[in-house]
Design a protein around this ligand. Structure first.
Ligand code: NDP
Length: 279
């Protein structure tokens, strides 16, 4: 359990702007409470103007590391001395570790996506292309993870076509295609746009053209049951919410920050309680 705070207490945090809505402290502190570590996990709100100075100060500190959320994922990668291949390909980091004045960057969002999809034994990556909606930071991280998991191609559909071209150029992988027509069957459909957040809309998709039932994941988790997932259910697809992905990215983050696997407790229940309390 979390011990009384002292000079020995280890510190990790999530940094973002705003960050008050983050579920990461709930997840990590629950895991810490169930383990025997003298450590605490906080949420730190830093302005965009202050991020560079904030990171420079932390570089020589005793902090174990940070999770990084909007809008700092690209800046976090830029500030790091070393980066994992997956973070470099994503062009973004959601995890920074501090060791002897150096900063090491990683990206566990892709691992979270694959963990959430893999909960379902119907996820067969090789059975067809993945359809990815969106071409922002989260989509870029998802592409590498989906290809690594074994999907033969990723078909990217986005409001701004130039962003798809930029994503293809950044990844330099022929298996990343601009969406032109619906493949059948698909390995999965992933919403990586911010549409649906706070109940605002849903990505435009012709559900009648998705003939074979597939797995549909929405990265948005406020609300949990988005309009997009409701549409997918109506058309007979199996749905996965964004909270499953969030927990999936938090697990390897915890292991990297605190050096042990997260204890097997039901953090989803805690996160759901927090979501319903905060809307
Ligand atoms: P970005 O701002 O980088 O990208 C936003 C994407 O949404 C772009 O593709 C953008 O299209 C599209 N979009 C935004 N508004 C509209 C609109 N009105 N109509 C059509 N398309 C639109 O955000 P991120 O990629 O970082 O995040 C995307 C979502 O994923 C967010 O909701 C985020 O919270 C969520 N997320 C969830 C995670 C989880 O663990 N569950 C992890 C990471 C992210 P365009 O290029 O045309 O502007």
């Amino acid at each position: 359990m979390i011990k009384g705070l002292s000079a020995q207490t280890k510190l990790a945090a999530v940094v973002g702007h705003p960050v008050g809505h983050s579920l990461s402290p709930i997840l990590h502190n629950a895991w810490l409470a169930a383990s025997d570590l003298d450590a605490v996990y906080l949420a730190l709100d830093v302005t965009e103007a202050g991020f560079a100075a904030f990171m420079a100060g932390l570089r020589e500190s005793q902090i174990l590391g940070l999770n990084v959320t909007l809008p700092f994922k690209a800046a976090a990668l830029a500030v790091a001395d070393e980066a994992s291949d997956i973070a470099a390909r994503a062009g973004a980091a959601n995890l920074l570790r501090f060791q002897s004045g150096r900063i090491w960057a990683d990206n566990t969002d892709g691992a979270g996506l694959i963990e959430a999809l893999s909960i379902h034994e119907t996820f067969l990556p090789s059975q067809g292309p993945a359809l990815l909606l969106g071409a922002g930071g989260a989509a870029r991280g998802a592409v590498g993870a989906l290809l690594d998991a074994g999907v033969p191609e990723v078909h990217v559909k986005n409001r701004s076509p130039d962003k798809v071209l930029a994503l293809q150029a950044a990844l330099g992988d022929r298996r990343v295609k601009t969406f032109s027509s619906m493949a059948d069957p698909l390995a999965c459909i992933v919403n990586a746009t911010s549409l649906g957040l706070n109940g605002q809309g849903a990505p435009d998709l012709d559900w009648t053209s998705v003939r074979t039932p597939t797995l549909v994941l929405d990265m948005v988790y406020r609300p949990l049951n988005t309009t997009f997932l409701q549409q997918a259910s109506i058309y007979g697809h199996q749905v996965i919410d964004g909270l499953a992905m969030l927990i999936g990215q938090a697990r390897p983050s915890f292991a990297a920050l605190f050096g042990i696997a997260p204890p097997p407790i039901d953090v989803r229940r805690l996160a759901l309680a927090q979501l319903s309390a905060t809307g």
